[in-house]
Design a protein around this ligand. Structure first.
Ligand code: PRX
Length: 648
């Protein structure tokens, strides 16, 4: 095996980081050998109405999966994010909001955050929202998105944030799956100078009684665009909260009460509503935020994610706010108005730690050193990466151009289901290797299994599992605990299966190799091939469709679709465009196919199962590595597909 390039811990940060190597080792060892004692002590990071005495009660048994942490503790998430900081830090900025258009900005203190969240919490109560009710949130990246989440948490309602890029059908599916009572949205969103018709999308989702559980839509006036109005359902945010006070007593919640549902894609079927509960999730996100970003009280932290994804939940709302941090909340995109936007925002707010995704880094890297030109990046101390494997070239560019060869990069591996960061370097404790997420965080026991369920030892490559529970682990799939068990605990009974492959090297460093199931990671967005396929076959001209990922320079993975049109349909460029637009509208612009290949037939086994392994190889132009095709019902299909692919 070739030796990897290494980046030692810079001398300049050795005395200032929260943890060094010995401290990491000591804490890690305790977290594994005595999790009860370790987590009981860490629980002091949160403020509890009733401190927990029962720490861990978790079972990954066959047929029975039950995960409880701190089960007799009582607390409130919004209290921990806001009220606890008011005594000493009321005037501290919680959110530096930076708009899509440069120059548009607003600073929100913890005091203001308290006021806004309480007002909306009271407004939601007026609409009849009670503890345990679900509230959907479909918002752009404005501070009100965080207010909405925290207002739900304050009154014990369960939020379900729907990414602002999803289309009406996807919104309706998510509302109906969770039986949401209220949806909170805005007239429009803005992105790279364009407007996004959020309210119109909600109207379409609710049309014709498609979402019977919804009683009201709360609408924030943001751009002032003309929107349709239904007096029975719609209520302006401002009018709703106008007569509400800025005080709202937080609801006392059990540690195991649900905090939120977040939908994510799997290898089969419709998206799953991943359920996170209160105590364990808050503790783990607070703790990982502190140690992974080496948080110091005067830091300015910036995560470029969207609140619609788990990164936005854990590391833009709960983690930073519990720590009382000041952070940048960015409405725009990294290359608008031009490729220096990230560097300009870093300079403007003197950002100390920046957390972004490999896809953004690769998009900027295509412009050489220009993305940093003329900008003062000296405030940066630490860089982070999340969402997909970071290729060493992108890592090196990030380190050199934005990190000025000075800042360590924390490549954080985790998932919607894990709630918080699982495998990551720590700036003061871990020597870095570009492309490796390195070592587990406290309490995390990663292991590699082969296809037969045998654990692999030492330097090896296999399927990544986690052997024991950790506090922010998802508790269930909303309304379908069987599916939770089947998806995560049936492949390898007794452990949590991540769906990722990984390699462990001679230093016990982990290298995530990507999904081993039919889940795509397109620009850091997680998409199920099954979802895209079902959108495709819903089109009247499509007989059959198979979706696979293929390597893409910027997106990491692109979406490659094999389509068999119905008899008599002309397969041409016009149809290709029609199908692309169709998926955009049915599902989301992020699910738009990059390549469509017409195919008379698909490679299937004699029992009719599509052999995706072969389709993936053809899409990636790796025709020489097709492997065994002898089980195919009609092997000649493959030759035709290859011939077509080569002509593209
Ligand atoms: O394949 C892994 C990839 O993203 C998946 C989880 O996606 P999602 O639930 O949307 O959460 C993304 C943000 C945490 C994982 O199964 N992934 C995430 N981070 C990394 C990664 N792959 C490699 N390296 C990472 N740092």
């Amino acid at each position: 095996m070739t030796a990897h390039k290494r980046y030692p811990i810079p001398d300049a940060i050795k005395d200032t980081t929260l943890l060094n190597e010995e401290q990491y080792q000591a804490m890690y060892n305790q977290s594994i050998s005595d999790p009860e004692a370790f987590w009981a002590e860490q629980a002091g990071m949160l403020e509890w109405y009733q401190a927990p005495t029962k720490i861990k009660n978790t079972r990954f048994g066959e047929g029975e999966v039950s995960i409880k942490w701190f089960e007799d503790g009582e607390l409130n998430a919004s209290y921990n994010c806001i009220d606890r900081h008011l005594a000493d830090n009321a005037k501290k900025t919680a959110i530096h909001w930076e708009g899509d258009t440069p120059g548009e900005a607003e600073a929100i203190t913890y005091q203001q955050l308290h006021y806004e969240v309480c007002k909306l919490a009271n407004g939601l109560k007026k609409l009849g929202v009670k503890k345990g009710d679900r509230v959907a949130i479909y918002m752009p990246m404005v501070p009100q998105a965080a207010y909405a989440m925290l207002a739900c948490a304050r009154i014990g309602a369960v939020h379900s944030v729907i990414f602002g890029g999803f289309s009406p059908n996807a919104i309706a599916d998510r509302i109906n799956d969770s039986d949401a009572k209220v949806i909170i949205t805005s007239d429009e969103g803005r992105r790279a100078g364009r407007s996004v018709p959020l309210k119109t999308n909600v109207d379409k989702a609710l049309a014709d009684g498609a979402c019977p559980s919804i009683t009201n839509a709360v609408v924030l006036k943001l751009t002032g665009a003309d929107v349709d109005w239904n007096d029975d359902v719609d209520v302006w945010w401002d009018e709703l909260v106008d007569d509400c006070t800025g005080q709202c007593e937080p609801e006392v919640m059990n540690a195991e009460d649900p905090l939120f549902i977040l939908y994510t894609s799997g290898s089969t079927g419709t998206p799953k509503g991943v359920v996170h509960t209160t105590g364990g999730y808050l503790l783990y996100t607070a703790m990982t935020f502190k140690y992974v970003f080496d948080y110091q009280p005067d830091d300015i932290y910036w995560c470029t994610a969207d609140v619609g994804w788990i990164t936005g939940h854990s590391y833009m709302v709960y983690g930073p706010l519990i720590n009382g941090a000041s952070q940048v909340f960015f409405e725009g995109v990294p290359n608008y108005p031009d490729v220096r936007r990230i560097a300009q925002v870093v300079e403007k707010y003197k950002v100390n730690s920046l957390y972004t995704a490999p896809t953004a880094i690769r998009a900027l890297m295509a412009h050489g050193d220009k993305p940093a030109e003329g900008c003062d990046l000296s405030s940066l101390r630490l860089l982070g990466s999340v969402g997909e494997p970071i290729n060493p070239e992108a890592w090196e560019w990030y380190h050199r151009v934005l990190g000025e060869n000075r800042c360590p990069i924390v490549d954080t591996w985790w998932q919607t289901e894990t709630g918080g960061i699982m495998i990551t370097p720590l700036a003061g404790a871990t020597e870095l290797k570009p492309g490796s997420a390195t070592r587990p965080f406290f309490g995390i026991e990663p292991a590699l299994f082969d296809a037969d369920g045998k654990e692999l030892e030492g330097a090896n490559e296999g399927n990544l599992v986690i052997k024991n529970s950790w506090p922010s682990q998802a508790r269930t799939v909303y309304g379908d605990h069987e599916r939770f068990i089947n998806t995560y605990f049936s492949t390898y009974p007794g452990v949590y299966f991540t769906g990722d492959g990984a390699r462990r090297d001679e230093d016990d460093y982990f290298w995530i190799t990507g999904r081993v199931d039919d889940v795509l990671n397109v620009s850091g967005h997680r998409l199920g091939t099954a979802e895209i396929e079902s959108a495709m076959v819903a089109h009247s001209k499509v007989a059959e469709a198979a979706v696979v990922g293929y390597p893409h320079d910027i997106k990491g993975q692109g979406i490659y679709v094999y389509v068999t049109p119905n008899d008599g349909v002309t397969a041409d460029e016009a149809l290709s465009k029609e199908l692309r637009d169709w998926v955009r509208n049915e599902l989301s612009p992020i699910a738009t196919p990059d390549k469509i290949q017409w195919s008379e037939g698909l490679p299937k086994t004699r029992s009719g199962k599509i052999m995706r392994r072969i389709l993936r190889k053809i899409a990636a132009n790796e025709h020489d590595q097709l492997g065994d095709t002898s089980t195919l019902a009609d092997p000649s299909v493959v030759d035709k597909l290859i011939a077509e692919r080569l002509n593209k």
